[in-house]
Design a protein around this ligand. Structure first.
Ligand SMILES: Cc1cc2nc3c(=O)[nH]c(=O)nc-3n(C[C@H](O)[C@H](O)[C@H](O)COP(=O)(O)O)c2cc1C
Length: 359
């Protein structure tokens, strides 16, 4: 925490209390954990880690409702992407990523953490309840991922020319299977080419779709924007000047062919190209997929690798079955490219205060 300056003082029922919520969640510091505070305030603090999760277009489509030693995770469908994600599949995966971050943080600070997912089927927005649980000294491998919660970044640039440790792809697959999902990692040029073909095809389909471009453009922001969500131009390698015209260019021109060529090169040039799949294709499996995805991303980060997303063929209904043909395993949910890179700037986040559900 920057000299504690970001902690907000909240007035409640006439009483002033520190809420352990930071203006900028990226400022969260382990030493700030309020070990003697009430569980509800501890949860508020831990939510600073939950909101560092990745989300489609950085929409941050989550809401949290803390109560005692439990917090409800809700989907915020006002932040949906109806064109690229009409079923809210990626929206729920994004919430799953935030849920995984929260689980990691709870374990790291010595609590067991208990999750009940989809326990109220009357409310489709209520995705899970997470309880701090009992104090425990039992080891859990997910707590090793804690330092990566604030180090993980989406890395959209070409990877550096350094080898990936042999056998690391097995470790990534294990991270996914520990969450009940399957990660198929491709390292051979033939499989990478086949996937790269579909990624390029997806780029062309999406680039030609005016509503897709309009939706994407509305979440791209100039570098100097004060917006706390969306993708800043620098995340895509744009300088300050170019980032001013970025949204206009995306909205107006079909750059699908250029994007296809660039993404093909990125996909083929990545040491690892991976598809995350689930047994079923429903909200419960999307929540699981989101947790598995974040576990893979954090495990990659712990191993010194960066990742970015090339989901185009999964977002295009005509191409998704062809991804499934390549993996031959379950329903594909996300495509990741992974490799060595260098630390890049973090993208903005809303404060926990802005994602607390009103009761
Ligand atoms: C379900 C999901 C889908 C995503 N799809 C894409 C994508 O197709 N292209 C892309 O560049 N980034 C994609 N992202 C990455 C987000 O844009 C990124 O997480 C967000 O901008 C926040 O940045 P950060 O990950 O660096 O914190 C996706 C993330 C999630 C969770």
């Amino acid at each position: 925490m920057k000299s504690g300056a970001g902690v907000r003082n909240v007035k409640r029922r006439g009483m002033s209390r520190i809420s352990y919520v930071l203006d900028d969640p990226w400022d969260v510091q382990e030493a700030g954990f309020p070990s003697d505070a009430m569980p509800e305030d501890q949860i508020r603090f831990l939510l600073n880690y939950a909101v560092l999760a990745p989300s489609a277009h950085n929409t941050q489509p989550w809401l949290f409702r803390p109560s005692g030693d439990e917090v409800a995770l809700l989907a915020d469908r006002t932040r949906a992407l109806p064109v690229s994600d009409p079923e809210d599949r990626e929206l729920i995966m994004s919430c799953g990523a935030a849920l995984f971050n929260l689980r990691v943080a709870i374990r790291h600070f010595g609590y067991s953490g208990e999750v009940r997912a989809f326990s109220d089927l009357r409310d489709p927005d209520l995705l899970a309840f997470v309880r701090m649980g009992r104090r425990t000294a039992e080891a859990d491998p997910i707590s090793d991922l804690f330092p990566c919660l604030s180090r993980r970044r989406t890395y959209r640039f070409p990877f550096e020319d350094r080898p990936v440790e042999t056998g690391f792809s097995e470790a990534l697959s294990r991270a996914a299977s520990d969450e009940g999902c399957t990660l198929t990692v491709f390292e051979d040029p033939a499989s990478k080419n086949a996937l790269a073909d579909l990624i390029a095809e997806g780029d062309k389909i999406q680039g030609a779709d005016r509503s897709f471009r309009r939706e994407l453009a509305s979440w791209i922001h100039p570098n100097r924007s004060h917006s706390r969500d969306g993708i800043p131009g620098y995340g895509m390698g744009l300088g300050d000047l170019k980032s001013l015209t970025g949204p206009f260019v995306v909205r107006t021109f079909d750059k699908g062919r250029g994007r296809a060529a660039r993404d093909r090169e990125l996909a083929e040039g990545s040491p690892l190209l991976a598809v995350l799949s689930t047994a079923a294709d429903n909200p419960a499996s999307w929540l699981k997929a989101g947790q598995a995805m974040e576990r893979v991303l954090l495990a990659a980060c712990a191993g010194g690798l960066y990742a970015s997303f090339l989901n185009q063929p999964i977002e295009c209904p005509a191409l998704r079955p062809r991804v499934e043909e390549i993996t031959g395993k379950g329903v594909p949910q996300i495509i990741l490219r992974l490799g060595p890179g260098r630390m890049v700037r973090c993208s903005p986040r809303r404060s926990v205060m802005d994602v607390l559900a009103r009761t």
